[in-house]
Design a protein around this ligand. Structure first.
Ligand SMILES: Nc1ncnc2c1ncn2[C@@H]1O[C@H](COP(=O)(O)OP(=O)(O)OP(=O)(O)O)[C@@H](O)[C@H]1O
Ligand SMILES: O=C(O)C1=C[C@@H](O)[C@@H](O)[C@H](O)C1
Ligand SMILES: [Mg+2]
Length: 182
């Protein structure tokens, strides 16, 4: 059975976008922990933050990661802060191959600036917030990751090809036919 593929990284790294893309490529089921939390609660992440605070959201996130890491053969896009909890890091590391999608704070800023669905970026200076969050969390992403991919200015297709190349070494795509996306 093919191992799970778990995507980690900061807001705007491309976990959701790339996860969907890879799932299509590999014919796997795609899950997004943020979206599943929204579906279960019936409200958006900003509303959860407003009512329950970040701590309430993190509790829901831990439960969701515990559930999703039990599945097999999936591609999972995690929330940007999922690595903060040690139990999430352990579950991710044990349950599949973890891919860290890295981008600079400036790139993250450009990709998230028009989207108001990220409560932690609703501040006077979102670029500064992204810089601080990345500084705090980069060691955690690296701790849990088997593979680190710099997304840079590369289009999703190119990032996906690079991820697939690297995943081959981990046997994730063993026995599955895929060719580089052109
Ligand atoms: N390599 C890339 N090049 C250019 N744009 C990208 C790239 N990756 C993602 N994007 C764009 O950046 C935006 C954010 O991407 P996405 O929602 O996939 O990030 P995320 O990592 O899931 O963030 P979050 O942790 O907040 O859920 C989207 O509009 C997406 O199209
Ligand atoms: O980086 C974070 O802490 C977050 C990222 C998003 O994916 C969501 O999980 C939420 O907005 C918090
Ligand atoms: Mg996402």
């Amino acid at each position: 059975m093919a191992r799970n593929i778990f995507l980690v990284g900061p807001m705007g790294a491309g976990k959701t976008t790339l996860g969907r893309y890879l799932a299509k490529m590999l014919g796997r089921k795609f899950h997004d922990s943020d979206r599943e939390i929204e579906c279960r609660t019936g409200v958006s992440i900003p509303v959860i933050f407003e009512i329950e605070g970040e701590a309430g959201f993190r509790q829901r996130e831990c439960k969701m990661i515990a559930e999703l890491t039990q599945l097999s053969n999936i591609i999972l896009a995690t929330g940007g802060g999922a690595v903060l909890a040690i139990e999430n890091r352990q579950r991710l590391a044990q349950g599949g191959t973890v891919v860290y999608l890295y981008a600079s704070p400036e790139q993250l800023y450009r990709r998230t600036v028009h989207d108001s669905n990220r409560p932690l970026l609703q501040t006077e200076n979102p670029l500064e917030r992204l810089k601080r969050l990345l500084k705090e969390r980069d060691p955690l992403y690296r701790e849990v990751a088997d593979i680190t991919i710099k997304t840079g200015e590369r289009p999703i297709k190119a990032v996906a090809n690079e991820v697939l190349r690297q995943l081959k070494r981990y046997g994730n795509v063993h026995g599955q036919k895929f060719s580089a996306i052109r």
